[in-house]
Design a protein around this ligand. Structure first.
Ligand SMILES: N[C@@H](CCC(=O)N[C@@H](CS)C(=O)NCC(=O)O)C(=O)O
Length: 227
């Protein structure tokens, strides 16, 4: 139970503690992507949730039934919410992973938005093959990718170099780490795995340090303990 949910204004009229909400996060079956900041923040908020993970064929079968035909989704007591950044902000506000101060919140939001734009350009190359894939990915590496990577490094410096906003861990850091990992993973053919290290080494350091943050470590430890 969250501290916020325990305060007196949240008690029912007869003084009993209200029933906990039921949460379900639905995404693909891997640790990363748009759902990962949500999963980590849910854990940091002390909210237990059904971590529903779909295989890609399962997603294909169910896609048409989801609003906007995309994941992740969050269900709260059976009601479905879409849009990963909106969901991350909602959970982040419950557990100190979204800045309270408006300017710092704006800084955090700028990073979330920029990362969505970057995703948009990368996703445009999915499904391409052979020469078409090579051309599209090389164009990315020569064009939009360095623009976004350098821009994001600039935003990290603005935040002080360690975090993007509020001088503490936020959902912006959690989302950035997923992108850094994806770009360094080698899963994106024709994108050099050392691209970020070469042009924005502060982002590589950022990934390493965020992965050592207590809330992040605790989340992955909880996954291991579940087996
Ligand atoms: N703006 C949405 C984008 C969601 C999105 O595009 N999700 C991807 C997976 S990471 C997806 O489901 N793509 C399927 C499709 O667009 O066909 C969000 O942030 O949640």
């Amino acid at each position: 139970m969250l501290f916020q949910e325990l305060n007196l204004t949240n008690l029912t009229k007869n003084g009993t503690v209200p029933v906990m909400k039921k949460y379900k996060v639905t995404y693909f079956d891997f640790d990363g992507g748009r759902a990962e900041p949500i999963r980590i923040a849910m854990h940091a908020a002390g909210l237990s949730f059904d971590d529903e993970r779909w295989s890609f064929p399962e997603f294909g079968e169910k896609q048409q039934s989801i609003r906007f035909h995309a994941v992740p989704t969050l269900q709260i007591d059976g009601k479905t919410i879409t849009q990963s950044n909106a969901i991350s902000r909602y959970i982040g506000k419950m557990c100190g992973l979204y800045p309270e101060e408006p300017l710092q919140a704006l800084y955090c939001d700028e990073v979330l938005g920029a990362l969505e734009d970057l995703n948009h350009y990368v996703v445009q190359t999915f499904g391409l093959k052979d020469e078409a894939l090579k051309i599209a990915r090389e164009a990315l590496v020569a064009g939009r990718l360095p623009v976004f990577i350098k821009g994001l490094e600039e935003l990290l410096q603005r935040g002080g170099g360690r975090y993007f906003a509020g001088q503490s861990l936020s959902i912006a850091d959690l989302k950035m780490v997923q992108q850094t990992k994806a770009l360094q993973s080698g899963n994106l053919e024709h994108v050099p795995t050392d691209l970020i290290k070469q042009i924005a080494p502060a982002l590589t350091e950022h990934q390493k340090s965020i992965e050592m943050e207590p809330q992040v470590v605790a989340y992955y430890a909880s996954l291991k303990s579940q087996g």
